[in-house]
Ligand binder design. Sequence first.
Ligand SMILES: NC(=O)c1ccc[n+]([C@@H]2O[C@H](COP(=O)([O-])OP(=O)(O)OC[C@H]3O[C@@H](n4cnc5c(N)ncnc54)[C@H](OP(=O)(O)O)[C@@H]3O)[C@@H](O)[C@H]2O)c1
Length: 373
Amino acid sequence: VSVQPLRVGVIGAGTVGREVIRAFLDRSPRLAPPDGAPLLLTAVAEKFTERAIASGIPESLLTDAPAHMIASGDVDIVVETMGGAEPARTLISAALSTGKSVVTANKHVIAHFGPELERLARETGATLRFEAAVGGGIPLLGPIALDLAANRISRVRGIVNGTTNFILTAMAREGRDYAEVLAEAQARGYAEADPTADVEGLDALNKLVILARLAFGAWIEPAAVGNRPGMTTGAQGAPGITGVTAGDVASLAAEGRILRLIATTRLAEDGAIEASVVPTAVPAGSSFGRCDGVLNRVEVDGVPVGRVAFEGPGAGGPAAAAAVLSDLVAIARGVGSTWAGLPAAVERSALAVRPVAAECVAAPSGACYPVGD
Ligand SMILES: NC(=O)c1ccc[n+]([C@@H]2O[C@H](COP(=O)([O-])OP(=O)(O)OC[C@H]3O[C@@H](n4cnc5c(N)ncnc54)[C@H](OP(=O)(O)O)[C@@H]3O)[C@@H](O)[C@H]2O)c1
């Protein structure tokens, strides 16, 4: 019996999208799973089609009108790899509202508009998958939602931003100051020209919101996630890693500790969800301490399983594309949305969310960094 192929349209042929498209152009046999429909690339939407043609994408696939591509009926699955808030959110909504499946790598849109997108997908029966949005190529959301489903998860924490991990690793190794290492990271392509989302912890915070949805069944408000360490004065410190000084790094190193930007969410005894993304002083020899450079590492604590850990390439076109392509294969196999099998999310308004309470260690800049293990 021949199975009708699923027609795939990609929006945004940048770092991630280009790698997804390449897998189709190389006719990867993995895109024709034996237990599902074959996947076929039928459209690519890009702002500047000339540049896409020059990069080897056949002109016959290209359009500069993604909304039209979605409305046309020529695609069954939309891959959104353009990034940013708008028009990505509107395009994803448009696809879901007509029952089309969507695969996205966009953590901003999922973290900020997850409640409405989940509601819409459940209403229309459309599938929404977003494995690439957290941990790049590391399979993380699928295992939390599916393979760990019989556990009561109490905490998820991890290094989920490669840029800040690269900067903190270089500061610790070379004793250099934050601004100098940031400039080098930008020159080497590890940090964006506008690094705000990474260095202030906003990117990690979006990923934490998504992890909390799958671990705890609720979409927490990104603004409710703490992203500043405390100060010894009792005030709030600078966001993310922006206040970390070479002096802080050196004084912690003298105690055998290293700073890592750790995103943590846990279920408190009173039922509240605690969530923070702050530079955390961990033992240099611990698993997080040894998680160097642009690697990501996430640990999940649950009962009865205990602690499981995931580590690997958290960013980069090939790694993120691997997650997008695996989501496409999951759709071809009829697996459903990333949250498949879980109850609908708890409404945001019904939730108590607060920063994670933790013991902290004072550093020369006046910051008091939470202590981790
Ligand atoms: N890069 C990674 O390592 C990584 C890892 C995991 C997840 N992600 C996520 O994946 C998404 C894409 O990231 P990326 O690194 O691939 O970004 P990117 O290299 O900037 O690629 C985005 C592409 O989309 C195009 N685009 C933007 N607006 C468009 C529009 N209105 N219509 C058609 N095309 C449009 C851009 O064209 P122009 O260049 O002309 O604007 C660009 O080619 C983001 O949500 C990101 O957070 C990235």
